[in-house]
Design a protein around this ligand. Structure first.
Ligand code: ZN
Length: 128
């Protein structure tokens, strides 16, 4: 399964719009009911308008009514981990045990839990 997700994330990276960084990123997420959503990074000439692949996949899922994430897979050529923005967005739709796997073009994959990657996360609980 994890190899399939790696390949799916790699496939999603092919749609990347990254004329500025040249970094093609793909992501696949699995929601609570087993639905799969993919995303790629979408850059913008106004750099603040850029959105990462992980957030594209998450926003696609949420916009279609899926608000609980069970798994995140990310592909980049060099196996980059998700950025802080994406980890914060994951925090909104997953608990700290969410498994995040990031892999490179050689198939090397690293898996971490959300709570390991974003310690002391700002959660919806803080606003209650
Ligand atoms: Zn990001």
């Amino acid at each position: 399964m994890s190899q399939n997700l790696h390949e799916e994330a790699k496939k999603a990276s092919l749609n990347s719009h990254s004329p500025y960084s040249k970094a093609k990123v793909g992501s696949v997420i699995i929601t609570e009911d087993g639905s799969i959503f993919s995303g790629c990074n979408i850059e913008n000439a106004s750099f603040g308008g850029t959105v990462c692949a992980e957030r594209v996949a998450i926003f696609k899922a949420v916009s279609e009514g899926h608000k609980k994430i069970k798994k995140v897979q990310v592909f980049t050529k060099d196996g980059w981990p998700p950025c802080g923005f994406c980890l914060q967005v994951m925090t909104e739709f997953a608990d700290g045990d969410l498994e995040i796997t990031f892999g490179d073009e050689h198939g090397k994959q690293t898996t971490k839990k959300l709570k390991e990657m974003l310690t002391h996360a700002f959660t919806p609980e803080h606003l209650k």
